[in-house]
Design a protein around this ligand. Structure first.
Ligand code: IMP
Length: 211
C-alpha cells in the first residue's frame, strides 16, 4: 500500500515511517512532485489537517494524510493553538514563522508569574482514503495529546519549537532535556501516529472488510 504524507519535514517522515514499518510505503510531497504551498486557513487543527489532505487528494487522486499540531495553554484560553508556529510574528513584524526563540519569549511573557501553567500539545492527523468504485473518499481524524506544564524558563537543548519550556506530566524535565528517546515514546505526534498506524495496518490485514 502506498500513501502520501502531506509534508516534506524529514523528521516527521522518519518518525511515521518507523512506526508504520515496511508494510506501508509513505511518500512525501516531494516524492509526488508537489511543491505547492498548501493553504492552511482553518480555525482548528482538524480543519487545517483536513484542508491539506484534501488538497493532495483532489490534485493527485491518491490516499493521503496530513497533520497539524498546536500547543494549547489553559491560562491563555488555548493559545497559541493553531498559531503556534507564528505566535510571535502575530505581534512582532520582525519575527518570522517558526522563530522558536521569539515564540517562547512571547509565551513566557504572556504567562508572566501566572501559577496556572497547565498546557498540552495536540496533534491531529487527517486521513483521506481513495474512494473505491466511485465512492466519495472517506475522511478520518486521529488525535494525540500530551499534557504538561509550561516552565518558568528554558531548559535543555534537544528538540525544537517549544520543547525547552514544556514539561510533560510525570517528568521533572522539559522535552528538550528528556531528548528524542523519551519524547518520541510519549509525544502528541507519536500518540497520533500510532493511532493512524493501527488503523492503516488493521485495514491492510483485512483488505475486504468494510470499516
Ligand atoms: P506543526 O503543525 O507540526 O508544523 O507544528 C506547529 C508548531 O507547533 C511548530 O512550529 C512548533 O512551534 C510547535 N510544535 C509542534 N510540535 C512540537 C513539538 O514536538 N515540540 C515543540 N514544539 C512543537
Amino acid at each position: 500500500m502506498k500513501i502520501v504524507f502531506a509534508t516534506n519535514n524529514r523528521h516527521k517522515l522518519e518518525e511515521v515511517r518507523q512506526i508504520l514499518g515496511t508494510n506501508i510505503e509513505v511518500l512525501s510531497l516531494k516524492d509526488i512532485g508537489c511543491d505547492a504551498d498548501i493553504p492552511e486557513t482553518g480555525q482548528t487543527l482538524e480543519e487545517n489537517a483536513l484542508q491539506k489532505a484534501r488538497y493532495v487528494n483532489d490534485h493527485y487522486h491518491i490516499g493521503c494524510f496530513a497533520d497539524d499540531t498546536g500547543l494549547e495553554v489553559d491560562a491563555l484560553n488555548g493559545a497559541p493553538g493553531i498559531y503556534s508556529a507564528r505566535y510571535a510574528s502575530l505581534v512582532s513584524p520582525t519575527a518570522k514563522a517558526h522563530d522558536s526563540e521569539a515564540n517562547m519569549a512571547r509565551l513566557l511573557g504572556e504567562l508572566g508569574e501566572n501559577n496556572n501553567r497547565k498546557a498540552r500539545f495536540r496533534t491531529v492527523f487527517a486521513l483521506i482514503e481513495e474512494g473505491e468504485g466511485g465512492h466519495t473518499p472517506a475522511e478520518r481524524c486521529f488525535e494525540g495529546i500530551v499534557d504538561g506544564q509550561i516552565t518558568r524558563q528554558r531548559s535543555g537543548a534537544a528538540g525544537f519549537g517549544y520543547d525547552p519550556i514544556f514539561q510533560p506530566d510525570g517528568y521533572d524535565r522539559t522535552f528538550a532535556e528528556l531528548g528524542a528517546g523519551i519524547k518520541n515514546q510519549i509525544s502528541h505526534r507519536a500518540r497520533a501516529t500510532r493511532k493512524l498506524a493501527d488503523y492503516l495496518l488493521s485495514k491492510k490485514q483485512q483488505p475486504n472488510q468494510t470499516q
